[in-house]
Design a protein around this ligand. Structure first.
Ligand code: 6PG
Length: 468
């Protein structure tokens, strides 16, 4: 049998869809999964395409041309290490082993180190876009080393989502840069999803919008500056009938308790460690955590009667303000995520080109949006841009939206609606654009009780005062 150009381990929906995507592009591909059902399923769905399935790991490796290009799409954690242990004896120097799951970047670093002596190129690669993305064109964020990527480039570029600026894949950077970048992508994803749900809460509770109206509003927004995958699918969500009782909409019967697999939290943890402020992401993680307290929330809610809805702006004005607030919040989510990525790139020597990351996020992934065009421009103009707010054009875009956000926040507060990511976005923006903040007082307090010293505005050095 003809040797396959690419191998896939893990033939769940994501793995299978990626295999079929490659086969559609004429790439001969071999798949392996412990489950014989999954092997059969691949062969059925891949009928007539250059797809084969192997019955054992050894047969799988032998079915591949060298250097072998192999992707694992298995659950992150111990299973990745188990697969590496199982496949390692069959591989040789120059082979490329990709982990396409959402692994923690420190695990990826450890695996690179573990395989260093073997000459196997271990590539941590973020893959975004869900099941449809895998089948029709995902955004892919491979790290590792350039030599390994050179063997993958042609294939990955073919199967990636395509935009007017090229395929949504590039060598992101050294070591665990690919998984780090995907983690930050997910942190931004958490923040934008929470923002949209805050906006929805206001439209539903204060604006009294029906699901049909909500659909119309989000569809309309998706035609303009807010055009994005998440706004697009949100519009669709409101139309979906309940599959149990078709007289209802599904969104109304879904329990308000948001789950998570941890990548948002990892982003916040890493940001705290690197001292990069990412409050939009932190608040989005906290909001998911808080949503889990469903019982307690209901008990506390019953303490007082619901206040009457207060709205000082008319519905059209409110919708316009919400549009600007969402724009503002989305922009802040990207700003914080990219600031973190830039800092991590320096700390971990990833050598990430942020403009390129933004480019490959323009299609295929969950956080794709038209706003990324402006963001990319800023990083193309200045590759070392520490924080996007330093780009005056981008900063001015946010200044124009600030008033809308303030209107929204006042309305939310008047109606006892928590808006953690919207609120924190305004705080972040206002604090980041304040030259003389109030943190001098914190330094005074630290020096007062702990002799921690302070700096002065008028001369260099560290000073201590015997406070009275
Ligand atoms: C993507 C997504 C995906 C992620 C899910 C679930 O880019 O395709 O980020 O990788 O696993 O969105 O994440 P949570 O379960 O943590 O919400």
């Amino acid at each position: 049998m003809q040797k396959a150009q690419f191998g896939m381990i893990g033939l769940g929906t994501m793995g299978r869809n990626l295999v079929l995507n490659m086969a559609d592009h004429g790439i001969a591909i071999s798949g392996y999964d412990r489950s014989t059902d999954q092997q059969k399923r691949l062969l059925e769905e891949g009928k007539g395409k250059p797809v084969q399935a192997a019955a054992t790991m050894q047969a799988f490796v032998e079915s591949l041309e060298t250097p072998r290009r192999i992707m694992m799409l298995v659950p992150a954690g111990k299973i990745v290490d188990a697969v590496i242990d199982e496949i390692k004896p069959f591989l040789q120097a120059g082979d490329i082993l990709i982990d396409g799951g959402n692994s923690h970047f420190t695990d990826t670093d450890a695996r690179i180190a573990r395989l260093q002596d073997t000459g196997i190129h271990f590539t941590g690669m973020g893959v975004s876009g869900g099941e449809d993305g895998a089948r029709l064109g995902p955004s892919m964020m491979p790290g590792g080393n350039k030599n390994g990527y050179a063997e993958l480039k042609n294939i990955l570029e073919k199967i990636a989502a395509q935009t007017e600026d090229g395929p949504c894949v590039t060598f992101v950077g050294n070591g665990s840069a690919g998984h780090y970048t995907k983690m930050v992508h997910n942190g931004i994803e958490y923040a934008i999803m929470q923002l949209i749900s805050e906006i929805y809460g206001i439209l539903r509770n204060v604006g009294g919008c029906s699901n049909d109206e909500l659909h119309a509003i989000f569809s309309n927004w998706n035609q303009g500056a807010l055009q994005s995958f998440l706004v697009e699918i949100t519009a669709k969500v409101f139309l979906q009938p309940d599959d149990v009782d078709a007289s209802k909409r599904l969104v109304d019967v879904i329990l308000d308790r948001a789950a998570q697999k941890g990548t948002g939290m990892w982003t916040s943890e890493s940001a705290l460690e690197l001292h990069i402020p990412t409050p939009a992401i932190d608040e989005a993680v906290a909001a998911r955590d808080l949503s889990a307290y469903k019982k307690e929330r209901e008990l506390i809610d019953a303490f007082t009667a619901a206040p009457a809805v207060k709205n000082t702006v008319d519905k059209e004005q409110l919708i316009a303000a919400l549009h600007d607030a969402l724009y503002f919040g989305m922009a802040i989510s990207y700003i914080q995520g990219l600031h973190l990525l830039q800092a991590a790139s320096e700390t971990y020597k990833y050598e990430i080109n942020i403009a390129e990351v933004v480019r490959i996020w323009k299609g295929g992934c969950i956080i794709r949006s038209v706003m990324l065009n402006d963001i990319r421009k800023a990083y193309v103009n200045d590759a070392a841009l520490k924080n996007l707010l330093l780009d005056k054009t981008f900063y001015n875009l946010l200044v124009q939206k600030r008033a809308g956000l303030v209107t929204v926040l006042k309305t939310a507060m008047d109606n006892n609606l928590g808006t953690p990511v919207l609120s924190s976005s305004l705080n972040y923006f206002d604090m980041f654009s304040t030259g003389r903040s109030s943190s001098n007082l914190i330094q005074a307090q630290r020096d007062f009780f702990g002799a921690h010293t302070y700096e002065r505005i008028d001369k260099e050095g560290n000073f201590h005062t015997n406070w009275e």
